[in-house]
Design a binder for this molecule. Sequence first.
Ligand code: ADP
Ligand code: MG
Length: 415
Amino acid sequence: MDELRDLVEDAIKGSTVFEKSKVLTPDYIPKNLPHREKQIKELSINFREILSNPGSTSVRVVISGKTGTGKTVTTKKFGELFSAIAKEKGLKVVYTHINCHRQRTLYLMLVEIANQLNLQIPNRGLSSQETFKLIYDYLEKRNIQLIITLDEFDYFVSTSPVEDIYFLVRIYDELNALVKRIHYIFILRELTSLASLDKSIKDHVIKNVIEFPPYTSDELYDILMDRIVNEKAFREGAVLEETVRFISDIYGIDKGGSGNARLALETLELSGKIADTEGSLLVTIDHAKKANSKINPELSIILDTIRDLDLHQLLVVKAIMNLHKKEGDDFFPMGKVEEEYNIVAKDLGEIPRKHTQVFEYIRKLKLMGLITARQSGKGMRGRTTLISLSVPISEELDNLINNEIRDRLLQQKNY
Ligand code: ADP
Ligand code: MG
């Protein structure tokens, strides 16, 4: 027992390559945002009217870009700087950041906005309209300009009733307020996620689009270096330059990676932890390689879920992946997925389940967060449900699903 105690004690006081490891955590907002200067400038230009001529317009900006391109951190940074500058000019600008994954309904969003404004909302089941009115009156009384950022807005669009989306986007105009006080930043992964909305709402949302392209290897290098050198995540000299280059090259879009800064930072952090466990004072390429083989975030998130699926649910997932491979699209009509599922099942010697059962599978997969569904726009044949996998389709995912399917088939045979 004492041996273990020694081990823990040694590890606690043992050497570490880190200095301020908290600057590597996902929520940390660094002082600099290399390669996002242009986007911050565009945001500032879009919003400067609020300062020069407060009350004259309601600003709407759309930000679009893939995961890990700095959308969240950049808008938060902008909000922080913008409201501080406004304050120096004697104006009250409050920036609120809403994550639509966390605040899943219109009502919860409004409550969160109120919270961020330090406005007490009575606990007696107000409607969204009433809550909105309270917020609005509060802004009027205190002469506040409010910037509402709706992060992961795709999610809200794909899961909420059309009335709620309409409410959120249009109500303010309908108040016909003389003094405009509410401004929006919509953060989207893809502009196409708005495709299902009515044209009137779309026109309202898509005004000024600011693109966040995936990072190149050189850009990731600068981002990592900034955390290492300026933010002092590591002890001086602990991370070898070639290690940083190596990680940047894995994820740089120009080197066949995803251009995702989050993954690059996670890999850097994990490399450091591996160096620590090995008692190394330097973070080497070898540590980065080990870290890289462990990191596969999307997969790790859904791995547990996949284990819980039964054979035919897996076949539905497989069908969506097949369609993606064949057609390159992300969203497919239910009918098409079902057709492909029938083919996949027959190929494996399985009798395809009936329509109602497949429908039920899709509903469950949606509840588990594995697939995303949305309504198509009003086409000639009326509305259909479009579905997509919620995680990027990669070779690893493909292998994983195939393995699981094989396991299930083997289990069946053995009974
Ligand atoms: P998104 O919202 O587009 O998915 P995030 O804003 O969450 O991306 O960024 C992912 C991670 O990468 C965060 O830890 C963030 O601090 C970091 N990051 C992204 N872009 C930059 C940048 N230009 N400079 C410094 N850090 C960045
Ligand atoms: Mg984000």
